[in-house]
Write a protein that binds this ligand. Structure first.
Ligand SMILES: Nc1ncnc2c1ncn2[C@@H]1O[C@H](COP(=O)(O)OP(=O)(O)OP(=O)(O)O)[C@@H](O)[C@H]1O
Ligand SMILES: [Mg+2]
Length: 422
């Protein structure tokens, strides 16, 4: 029995990790125009985008970009307009030729392939989904999805089967005979996705696939992509400039600025532990909207007070803990209510009953995943602090109202580590 964990550990230690890398981008630079080689030297010495452009007339679109994407990972590249996202994704399949650096797809170095090998690779290993759908208007939906398979020489019956499967996977089963102009934007993008899925390539490159869609459709497609990914386990490199989209669907997020990656982390870490002031600024809204949860700002309770304790004992407890109220739980630890010190003192004078017998103030409890917006509503009704419970109603912590106020007003809430570079 104990052999299994050891084996798994060995695999990881013996370079099994390499086998887990689907795409590796290594020290890639891209310069557009001007004296590219001289500009490259300058960029390698660490010159800024502006300086390189001024001196050599070259746009430094990518500057020393390196990262590994794991097999089955949904990897996000995000950043503001012009930061180099599209250039990066196009350097991966060499629709744009990198000026320097290497791109690897598993064991194959993409950057050293001949033109014909590269074409083959794009058809079988690296499918791309574009922002503006890229559908052929004169072909019906099914034939659009079949197209890549046709180019790959897949036999007609087989390619129609695969296309139907892919259309079903994106929720468009039965739409094959329609023409693209009969579809909404969201549906067109599903067709684009189906076309990439039909190729059955292990790696999908998606350049802002949802950004032309309205917010509601966009969220639907995000959810569907997540659900689809659960089933198909592709390696997906997904470009977006929308952080909430990135956080919603990404396994890891690379944040780019001026052609370089400034942070590569899990969604939670990007939002809660921004690497610098730029990322912090960038992530502030999402942090406030969704990442500040009850769990991320709650405080541990020094102790909880069981309902069978006497009022005088509860009072001693909170005085010892320097608190003004007691959180009362039942014998199993389930939250019952809150009692203030003043009311406990009165109860002691009135015969000192067990606190469980008092008419407790039942401040509504929240669960750990409650987001800031909802916490604020609770905060308005709470006298002291908001109790936090788990799914079984067990009391796990509290949010003092000061902590809530701090989260609302401060960008340094929830443990963001930005104190060093403000
Ligand atoms: N063919 C080109 N010739 C010259 N400059 C280019 C070319 N393509 C891109 N650039 C420049 O490279 C930089 C990065 O562009 P890129 O399109 O990769 O940005 P992006 O992050 O995808 O932006 P967006 O969010 O607007 O799509 C920009 O400054 C852009 O002007
Ligand atoms: Mg782009």
């Amino acid at each position: 029995m104990s052999v299994e964990p050891a084996t798994a550990g060995e695999l990881a230690a013996n370079g099994g990790a390499d086998g887990d890398v689907a795409v590796s981008v290594r020290n890639v630079y891209k310069l557009f125009g001007g004296d590219e080689q001289a500009a490259l030297e300058m960029a390698r010495e660490g010159a800024s985008r502006e300086a390189v452009q001024e001196t050599h007339g070259s746009v430094l679109a990518l500057s020393d970009v390196s990262f590994d994407v794991k097999r089955g990972e949904l990897f996000i590249v995000m950043g503001l307009s012009g930061c180099g996202k599209s250039t990066l994704v196009r350097c991966i399949n060499r629709l744009i030729e990198p000026t320097a650096g290497e791109v690897w797809l598993g064991d194959h170095e993409v950057t050293s392939l001949s033109a014909s090998d590269l074409r083959q690779l794009r058809r079988t290993d690296l499918a791309m989904v574009f922002q503006h759908f890229g559908l052929m208007p004169h072909r019906n939906v099914l034939d659009n999805v079949c197209w890549g398979l046709e180019v790959n020489g897949v036999e007609r019956r087989r390619r129609r089967e695969r296309a139907e499967e892919a259309l079903t996977a994106v929720g468009l089963g039965g739409w094959g005979a329609n023409m693209p102009d009969q579809l909404s934007g969201g549906m067109k993008q599903r067709v684009g996705l189906a076309r990439a899925l039909a190729l059955d390539a292990p790696v999908l490159l998606m350049d802002e696939p949802f950004s032309a869609l309205d917010p509601v459709i966009r969220r639907d497609l995000q959810d569907e992509l997540s659900a689809l990914q659960e089933r198909v386990h592709k390696t997906i490199i997904f470009i977006t400039h929308d952080l909430s989209e990135a956080v919603r669907i990404g396994d890891r997020i690379a944040i780019m600025r001026d052609g370089a990656i400034v942070q590569l982390d899990s969604p939670t870490d990007v939002v809660l532990n921004p690497a610098d002031a730029f990322v912090r600024d960038f992530t502030k809204e999402v942090r406030l909207q969704s990442m500040v949860t009850a769990e991320s700002i709650m405080h541990e309770l020094p102790r909880v007070v069981r309902g069978d304790r006497l009022a005088s004992e509860a009072l001693d407890d909170i005085v010892a803990d320097d608190r003004v109220h007691a959180m009362i739980v039942d014998g199993a630890g389930r939250y019952l209510g809150v009692e203030s010190g003043a009311r406990l003192r009165r109860a002691v004078r009135d015969g000192d009953p067990p606190v469980g017998d008092l008419p407790l103030t039942a401040t509504d409890a929240v669960t750990g995943d409650t987001v800031l917006d909802d916490l604020v509503a609770h905060g308005l009704r709470a006298a002291h602090s908001i109790p936090v419970v788990d799914g079984d109603g067990m009391l796990v912590g509290e949010i003092p109202l000061e902590a809530l106020a701090e989260a609302m007003t401060s960008d340094e809430s929830a443990g963001a580590n930005g104190a060093d570079d403000g």
